[in-house]
Design a protein around this ligand. Structure first.
Ligand SMILES: [Fe+2]
Length: 368
């Protein structure tokens, strides 16, 4: 068996990881642009810790705190202009998946002043990028250890830039930050991570044993800890396990990418305000059932240690996922299913899907 694995991010994990490693922040650049959303970076204390660490290191910084959920091209353009105007050479992205992904794209666009964002999607490894440091405040996206930046274009379509230079150079994971997530966000982000691990292993199918190990550990940990985290949201140990699992699941998709479950869910986040992880959960079981018709073993290996698709479905259902399915019109089902089959995820997902499958999936409310 021959395989390779690449993930160049230096990970600092544990309580106080930012404060205790302030020199590691300043080594990565001379002036930082801090990229955050409106709320979680502040409420979690992460922004405070980062600015304090930068002050200790006598490193200057500017702040861009306007990243919205499902970050738009327009936001990236504005922040990249600010980055250049302020002569920053490092992005420190703090928050959930949206600020982290936005941070990577800003670091790339700012380093390519003559290019449009659209051009960055074209052969992304061609372009230089400033370094990014990631400080996650949720435990789901795994963006702190991936090369992906998922953005929403001017027409409202979500798609990702995948570039090796998008891997954060460093990631600081402190489970304390994740205790400020409310129950809804905790569930959504954890189920996003679960989806990453299952989808990634569905694609990997054991070909890379490291990826298989990362995926099963992530699934087992989320299965074993999510309910406990919800009943004891301030338990740092349990929050740390969930954050660790989300990072492992990120390392899985850094190698495999995600499956059709992700683009199937994207329109629900953009048009129906369903959080990303919940949107994935609505379609995960329907996709797995379809693959399982021809490749039952492949699916049962990907969902381990869940013993069956039904057990996974019951687990997702126990968090109220299936109550969230929005009304989808015929026209939406038609347009969205066309977008799914045009995505890069479609090509890498096993199971011989076609457009009709996704049209039905949308109409049948999650394939149930
Ligand atoms: Fe995701």
């Amino acid at each position: 068996m021959m395989w390779r694995y690449y993930m160049p991010t230096a990970v600092f994990f544990g309580q106080g990881s930012v404060q205790k490693n302030s020199e590691a922040l300043s080594e990565a650049g001379t002036k930082a642009l801090l990229v955050t959303g409106k709320r979680s970076a502040r409420v979690s204390g992460a922004l405070h810790d980062v600015t304090k660490a930068l002050t200790v290191q006598k490193m200057s910084y500017s702040l861009f705190d306007e990243v919205e959920e499902n970050p738009s091209f327009e936001t990236i353009r504005r922040a990249a202009m600010l980055m250049n105007r302020e002569a920053c050479d490092l992005v420190i992205a703090i928050g959930g998946g949206s600020p982290l992904d936005a941070g990577k794209a800003i670091a790339m666009l700012a380093a390519n002043e003559n290019l449009s964002i659209e051009q960055l999607y074209d052969d992304p490894d061609r372009w230089p990028a400033y370094s990014t440091i990631a400080v996650p405040t949720t435990s789901g996206t795994g963006s702190e250890v991936t090369q992906f930046a998922v953005l929403t274009d001017d027409e409202g379509n979500k798609s990702g830039i995948s570039a090796t230079r998008n891997f954060p150079v460093k990631a600081f994971l402190d489970p304390v930050y994740t205790t400020t997530m409310n129950e809804h966000v905790t569930i959504s982000t954890a189920l996003d991570a679960l989806s990453h691990a299952v989808e990634g292993e569905l694609i990997n199918a054991g070909a890379n044993p490291l990826v298989k190990s990362l995926a099963s550990k992530a699934v087992a940990t989320i299965k074993g800890t999510l309910s406990s985290v919800l009943s004891s949201p301030d338990d740092i140990q349990m929050r740390g396990e969930l954050q660790y699992a989300a990072m492992l699941a990120g390392m899985v998709i850094a190698h495999t990418g995600t499956s059709v479950v992700h683009p199937a869910g994207y329109p629900l986040s953009v048009h129906k305000e369903i959080k990303h992880g919940l949107a994935n959960s609505l379609f995960l079981v329907g996709v797995l059932r379809h693959v399982s018709r021809k490749e039952a073993r492949r699916v049962s290996n990907a969902i381990e240690p869940f013993a069956s698709i039904e057990e996974l479905e019951a687990f997702l259902g126990s968090f109220g996922v299936y109550d969230l399915m929005p009304t989808i019109t015929e026209e939406e089902a038609r347009d969205w299913s066309a977008a799914v089959v045009n995505s890069s995820h479609y090509k890498r997902t096993p199971g011989d899907f076609d457009r009709e499958f996704f049209e039905n999936l949308y109409k049948r409310a999650g394939g149930k």
